[in-house]
Design a protein. Structure first.
Length: 320
């Protein structure tokens, strides 16, 4: 049995408001807020990369919990924006934090990454393969954003969140689910090489490209169904869930999910208005923000669900 025993987050210092984009493209604060809810986001500095943010999130986890991480035996970094493809981001974190004996692996599942990471960590700990697993969602999306595409560049931000998974007396992970619509892979991609997905031509320029409407429709149409399935799988009802924390892609998507479920928005923490879409870091940021504001507390039942590029999703119900 396993649980999250420590938790931390980090956002870079540089705050970027919506007016920043007005200086080089045809857009405005009002459009961005009305379509996405985003007011500000954070961008990493030149020379500050995903593993640097990941390390800061783990340092925050240590500060908050006082836990010893020197004997962590596995590090999972969930990211779409590693410093480079090889060595992986987890290995950079291992080196920078001086964690001597950790296995290191990156999970590459875009905005669903953090939850996939939790699922893998749970499997490792519950099977006894590893005892102390760090799961980190970390992104420097500003370094892979196409600043000539006004429909996407306004969305993304940089951040990191970290959780430590360890054995426990009681099981804290109540249920998991996941699934993928690979047939929609071309609707949200980042390619360095190949110029087609599913036979559809794509631009291999190494920046994030999306068909915003298609992703929006897929998320709003599918995620409420997957939330209901997950709750049923756990043998619970919606009333048993204290907070639903969906990936903070867009405030309109989150509101549509809450409306479909007839679930109150004040129990749906988000990080998108302040930090933009931070992909695999967005769920940790939303939890941290809710905790700071007196929302989520220890013992609450949380339903976490990430979704995005793939198009893939992953969910869990966890006792915080
Ligand atoms: N500023 C001003 N106008 C903009 C703009 C911007 N930054 N970006 C697009 N527009 C314009 C479009 O050109 C279009 O103009 P037109 O009607 O003259 O052609 C109009 O706004 C509507 O564009 P559309 O793309 O249909 O807007 P939308 O309501 O679908 O909103 C997104 C666009 C990207 C905000 C929305 O589709 C979205 O959030 N999708 C999900 C994206 C997402 O979350 N991705 C990550 C998932 S993990």
């Amino acid at each position: 049995m396993s649980q999250i025993t420590a938790f931390g987050t980090y956002v870079p210092e540089k705050v970027i408001d919506n007016h920043y984009f007005e200086s080089f493209m045809d857009t405005n604060d009002e459009w961005i807020i009305s379509r996405t809810g985003i007011k500000t986001r954070r961008f990493s500095k030149d020379g500050e990369y995903t593993s640097d943010l990941a390390v800061k999130a783990v340092e925050n986890l240590v500060e908050q919990s006082g836990t010893d991480i020197s004997d962590v035996d596995y590090i999972i970094v969930c990211t779409t924006s590693p410093d480079q493809p090889m060595p992986n981001a987890a290995s950079r974190v291992q080196y920078k934090l001086g964690i001597k004996n950790a296995g290191c692996n990156d999970v590459y599942a875009a905005c669903a990454g953090f939850i996939y990471g939790l699922q893998i960590a749970h499997g490792f700990v519950n099977s006894g393969v590893y005892k102390k697993v760090l799961v980190i969602g970390a992104e420097t999306l500003s370094k892979i954003t196409d600043f000539e595409d006004r429909t996407s560049c306004i969305l993304f931000g940089d951040a990191a969140g970290a959780a430590l998974i360890e054995p426990s007396e009681e099981e804290h992970f109540i249920a998991f689910n996941s699934g993928t619509n690979g047939d929609l892979g071309h609707d949200l991609y980042l390619s360095h090489k190949k110029n087609s997905i599913n036979g559809v031509g794509i631009n291999p320029h190494g920046k994030i490209v999306q068909n915003g409407r298609s992703v929006f429709k897929w998320a709003v149409g599918n995620i409420p169904i997957k939330i209901r399935e997950l709750i049923a799988k756990a043998g619970l009802t919606l009333d048993d869930i204290d907070y639903i924390v969906p990936h903070s892609a867009n405030l309109r998507i989150i509101e549509a999910i809450a409306k479909d479920l007839n679930y109150p928005m004040d129990r749906v923490p988000e990080s998108v208005t302040e930090f933009g879409n931070t992909s695999s870091a967005s769920i940790p940021l939303a939890i941290a923000k809710s905790e700071r504001n007196g929302g989520i507390k220890k013992g609450d039942k949380l339903l976490l669900i990430g979704f995005g590029g793939g198009l893939t999703f992953a969910g869990t119900i966890v006792i915080w």
